[in-house]
Design a binder for this molecule. Sequence first.
Ligand SMILES: Nc1ncnc2c1ncn2[C@@H]1O[C@H](COP(=O)(O)OP(=O)(O)OP(=O)(O)O)[C@@H](O)[C@H]1O
Ligand SMILES: [Mg+2]
Length: 222
Amino acid sequence: MLKVQGVSKFFHDPVEVQILKEISFEMKSGEFASIMGKSGCGKSTLLYILSTMDSQYSGDVWLGDSHFGSLNADELAELRNEYIGFVFQFHYLLPEFTVLQNVMMPALKLGKMSKSEIEYEAMEKLRLLGIEDQALKMATRISGGQKQRVAIARALINRPSIIMGDEPTGNLDSKNAEMVFDIFKELSQEFGTSLLIVTHDEDFARKTDRVIVMADGEIISQ
Ligand SMILES: Nc1ncnc2c1ncn2[C@@H]1O[C@H](COP(=O)(O)OP(=O)(O)OP(=O)(O)O)[C@@H](O)[C@H]1O
Ligand SMILES: [Mg+2]
């Protein structure tokens, strides 16, 4: 499903620092993995690369048969839109749109369903996350935890083959964090969705199939 081989990343700020050091691992379809590690160890940097958002790195990444380094920017965007669902560490909801419109957006971009089908699907996802009553509110008028769940609903809308999350339960109370965990678990078991989730929550990580531990830009156990 996902294969990462010898990925390294340097920042030049103002001196050269190596942030990721020869990261290699593989993930199978339906695998639910968490990534843990101290603040600053390179987790978000790695997820940006694996989600095609950052292409300034050395090494190789494959998603299915697609080799990231062989694709141009448009092809990468297409791959991302169709196969990768991403939940950022900080929400990037579009403030000028409603909750429902935010969730519908990636599906409208992909253009594989009619607008009414997309709206139906989006409402289903919001229901799944227990926030369907917020659908028509502007994205700025809901709480942090609700925003987080909207971002998760949005990541699910195109039924991606892999979901990457950067602390997707970071702003949630334990009840909602558990709900999100259960949704992820169900996606992996029922639909073979792979999940790669950065978390600081030991309880959350312990329940996943596999914990990848990073330190100083390296994977120290997986
Ligand atoms: N644009 C940048 N330019 C220079 N250095 C950066 C940049 N972005 C991140 N870094 C540095 O790279 C390192 C890894 O950052 P990263 O955001 O990947 O950490 P993280 O493991 O996600 O931490 P956290 O758990 O706090 O989110 C840090 O030392 C950070 O200061
Ligand atoms: Mg981070």
